[in-house]
Design a protein around this ligand. Structure first.
Ligand SMILES: Cc1ncc(COP(=O)(O)O)c(C=O)c1O
Length: 405
């Protein structure tokens, strides 16, 4: 679609003009007020136009707004320190980027350069960004025929998601066998995964508990790097500051973007071990002219500070459980609902098909609730983590009322 001379992704067949946004509300140009259950897809976790974050940007505006590739601004140094201190000790070195695509692309290149291996494992129907390399991780070849070939030597596995007709143990066991068969060839540079849930593609598929630990153990055993894409899961979304904490797993490389600066800038980050960067410098290229722009870093530093100060993940975990429980209770036996699942405040409400999801999203919009369709019939619910309970209830009630028509 093209509107106002702007191109929208082909997957989008509706759009609206945004007038302003604040906290958990959006206002359209034609003065419609909406409760937001999307966070612009996991970005504005601390609420839209968070005043503390905006003030941090104002402060930085009077100091410096651009960095030089061969220099580092004071605010970048401060953010590098704060971010690495919030992570497990071994993740001590950052590379600057502008968003998730770029950070993930850096991770793929670093993994190949470090291991000397070419193959990379990803999962079918996952989204890690829009460049050739990251699309090769999870896009089905039939979806990208027009731009093929992507990058060779990528292997796509089925994501080991919880299913009604299988026990979690069965799912995990089958996956472990398949993964070990691939890794034991000792020619896989890296496996790329999110932290036990697919957020990027919008399926909200959840893996059994133990998934991350299993991947970590097997990758370590066969010299394969574990790249954890925390672009969607990071910054309290899953009820932990970072998704890796769900199973206390330490990846070799982790990437962040989206909620890092709460939408108050553009930022992407690859974090890894010093040793990995020292071995690969000069063998790859991590140059990013606008990576870690000082204004975005000021926003990111304040964002991280607020998450830690307010322990935002604790509220996210509680609200997420409440959201799932309430939807399950109120929609039990509803014939339009296939499944309700999720982790923290990343909730999938899967309807019977895409048409049912489209109808709900359109009706919700007309009734003052902003929802977004993920994969197929799945609506991926991602409210601001600071939303108050009354507003959360209002949004839930709109969904329940519309699905009961
Ligand atoms: C899990 C995940 N990884 C990576 C990306 C790409 O990030 P960006 O749009 O900042 O390039 C996205 C974007 O939706 C995502 O959801």
């Amino acid at each position: 679609m093209i509107k106002n001379r702007i191109v929208f992704n082909d997957a989008t067949d509706w759009t609206f003009d945004l007038e302003k946004a604040e906290g958990s509300y959006l206002w359209t140009k034609d003065d419609k007020k909406l409760i937001d259950f999307t966070c612009a897809w996991n970005v504005t976790n601390l609420g839209w136009n968070n005043s503390e974050i905006n003030q941090a940007i104002s402060g930085q505006l009077s100091k410096n707004v651009h960095n030089i590739l061969w220099s580092s601004d004071e605010i970048q140094i401060a953010y590098a320190k704060a971010l690495t201190e919030a992570l497990p000790k071994s993740l001590d070195t950052i590379s600057r980027a502008t968003g998730g695509t770029e950070a993930n692309e850096e991770a793929l290149k670093t993994a190949r350069a470090f291991t000397g291996r070419k193959k990379i494992i990803g999962f079918k129907n996952t989204y890690h960004g829009q460049s050739f390399g990251v699309m090769a991780i999870g896009y089905r070849p039939e979806y990208v025929e027009a731009i093929a070939p992507l990058v060779p030597e990528f292997i796509q596995m089925d994501f080991p998601r919880l299913q009604k007709d299988k026990t979690p143990e069965e799912v995990l066991k089958n996956f472990a066998e398949e993964l070990e068969m691939l890794l034991s060839q000792k020619d896989i540079a890296a496996i790329v995964t999110e932290a036990g849930i697919i957020t990027g593609w919008g399926s909200t598929y959840v893996a059994p508990k133990g998934y991350l630990k299993l991947v970590r153990e097997l990758t370590e055993k066969y010299g394969t790097l574990l790249i954890l894409d925390e672009v969607g899961t990071g910054f309290s979304r899953l009820g932990k500051l970072f998704g890796m904490e769900l199973e206390n797993v330490v990846p070799d490389i982790v990437t962040f973007a989206k909620a890092s600066c709460n939408g108050a800038g553009t930022i992407g980050t690859m974090v890894t071990r010093k040793e990995i960067i020292e071995t690969t410098l000069g063998k790859t290229n991590l140059t990013s002219t606008f990576g870690w722009n000082p204004l975005s870093c000021a926003a990111a530093l304040k964002t991280l500070e607020i998450h830690k100060r307010d322990r935002v993940w604790e509220k996210a975990e509680k609200d997420g459980q409440y959201l799932i429980r309430t939807l399950e209770t109120k929609l039990v036996n509803n014939p339009k609902v296939n499944d309700i699942r999720g982790i923290g405040m990343e909730i999938g409400l899967e309807l019977v098909d895409g048409d049912a999801a489209k109808t709900l999203v359109n009706q919700a919009f007309a009734n003052g609730l902003h929802l977004v369709i993920g994969d197929g019939g799945n609506i991926q619910i991602m409210p601001p983590l600071v939303i108050d309970r009354k507003l959360l209830d209002e949004g839930i009630n709109i969904i329940v009322k519309l699905l009961s028509l």
